[in-house]
Design a binder for this molecule. Structure first.
Ligand code: SF4
Length: 438
């Protein structure tokens, strides 16, 4: 396909990194479509223009983004694509250095350069399309970014360097976006941000996540609303009665605690102590019985000594999170921790990460046994290997447990809700049988 003037004929958008990047790519695709440029998500051989939406969070993610750029740089050099554009966090952070090293890239854009990026492929940015996006995940669920950037000072984190200060999207705009998504067939939304519990402070002068949740829960057709990226310090407990009372707000909360040792929490500048972290988690569990708590831990941060790790290990063992993920510390220039000694070796980091994940594997297995014999509302996500694959309200897409329903004499569609009796449980999967179709 050949470009006409500077208007690209067909664009492939390649997304790296987190769900926030997924939303940004979906916005790019909607703008390209409105600009009458044929566009698709992920690589298509007949595309003349490639846009790579990169991730610049930690070393592994950066490496993956750079390798992807180099792959396309080769296609550019071979003349198999006419234009190679790079945007997203890695480009925001390192475009000068990268531009010097990879001259095959035609242009580099930052995380706030959407109008310029579109201009480069011959499309004018349309403000009126706010809330419009072209789904790249599933038709029945979507991520909704409620704010951009972050005001927190976490010592290890480069995100504020790439995404700037915290900016909340107005409630009206998000309700409009949710209604749009429901019109497109979406039944479940994941609320995402760098820090979703900070929502509203910049815009309304106070935390308004509860009000946003309340308004979204009134959107007809929205069956599941899920909260991700809650921050434990100054946690807005006013959202808990809503999670309890609104049937379409999932009894699920993603709340990264990162660590539990006071020494490490201090070194991380998390603004919270072990005692306060436990108080927050205990109150959430007490006020929303049966809630599934997902957390994320960061292993190997400067200041984490063996006794700190042992303390974290005991915490995971005793607290028994429903869902848990682990990152290993990455020494990121420009962050406050970069001035500290990165004294935990790569081998020690992976050893500690594996120890926690082995522990969580067993905890998840034990917790899943408690679901056997019970019935749950399950959303069918896909059909694979002779099974319908779905999730309960306690599981977010792509990161949590799945429910496997062997094909039987029941026809189910992707996006359907079905009542399922759990018959068997494995560490990260449940096997069940459909009961009644909703
Ligand atoms: S809350 Fe902390 S870890 Fe999360 S994006 Fe903000 S600075 Fe980074």
């Amino acid at each position: 396909m050949r470009t006409k003037g500077n208007k690209s004929a067909k664009v492939s958008v390649i997304t790296m990194g987190c769900s926030k990047n997924t939303v940004d790519s979906e916005v790019i695709l909607a703008q390209l479509k409105a600009g009458e440029v044929e566009a698709c998500h992920q690589h298509k051989d007949d595309s003349d223009t490639i846009i790579i939406n990169t991730c610049g969070f930690i070393d592994n993610a950066k490496e993956e983004s750079i390798n992807t750029i180099l792959d396309y740089a080769q296609l550019r050099k071979d003349g198999r694509i006419e234009k190679l554009l790079v945007t997203g966090c890695l480009s925001q952070r390192y475009h000068e250095e990268l531009a010097a090293e990879i001259p095959e890239v035609d242009a580099w854009f930052g995380t706030f350069d959407l109008p310029k990026l579109l201009k480069n492929v011959g499309v004018d940015y349309k403000k009126e399309l706010v809330g419009e996006r072209q789904s790249t995940v599933a038709k029945h669920y979507a991520y909704m970014k409620i704010s951009e950037g972050c005001d927190r000072p976490c010592a290890f984190c480069a995100i504020p360097i790439m995404r700037g200060k915290h900016v909340s999207k107005p409630i009206e705009e998000l309700v409009f976006e949710a209604k749009n998504l429901v019109r497109q067939g979406v039944k479940e939304i994941m609320l995402i941000a760098q820090d979703s519990t900070y929502y509203g402070i910049d815009l309304y002068g106070e935390r308004r996540l509860h009000e946003l949740l309340d308004r979204l829960s009134d959107v007809d057709g929205l069956e599941w609303i899920r909260i991700h990226y809650a921050y434990p310090s100054k946690f807005p407990f006013e959202i808990l009665p809503l999670i309890n009372s609104k049937p379409n707000i999932c009894k699920y909360l993603d709340i990264p605690v990162q660590h539990i040792s006071d020494n490490v929490l201090k070194s991380m500048r998390r603004g919270i102590t072990k005692r306060r972290s436990l108080e927050v988690l205990d109150r959430i569990k007490a006020e929303v019985p049966g809630i599934a708590l997902r957390t994320t831990l960061l292993i190997g941060h400067p200041g984490e000594y063996q006794e700190d790790f042992d303390e974290l290990y005991e915490f995971v063992k005793n607290y028994r999170f429903s869902r848990l993920g682990v990152f290993t510390y990455s020494h990121e220039e420009g962050t406050a921790a970069y001035g500290l000694e990165d004294h935990v070796s790569r081998a020690e980091k992976y050893e500690r990460e594996n120890a926690i994940m082995d522990l969580q594997h067993d905890i998840s297995y034990e917790l899943n046994q408690q679901m056997v014999g019970k019935e749950y509302k399950v959303m069918i996500d896909r059909i694979e290997g002779g099974n319908y694959i779905g999730r309960t309200e306690f599981d977010s897409p792509e990161v949590d447990n799945e429910v496997l329903l062997p094909f039987e004499n029941q026809y189910l569609r992707v996006g359907d809700f079905v009542n399922v009796k759990i018959e068997k449980a494995e560490p990260y999967d449940l096997i069940g049988r459909p009961q009644i179709k909703h």
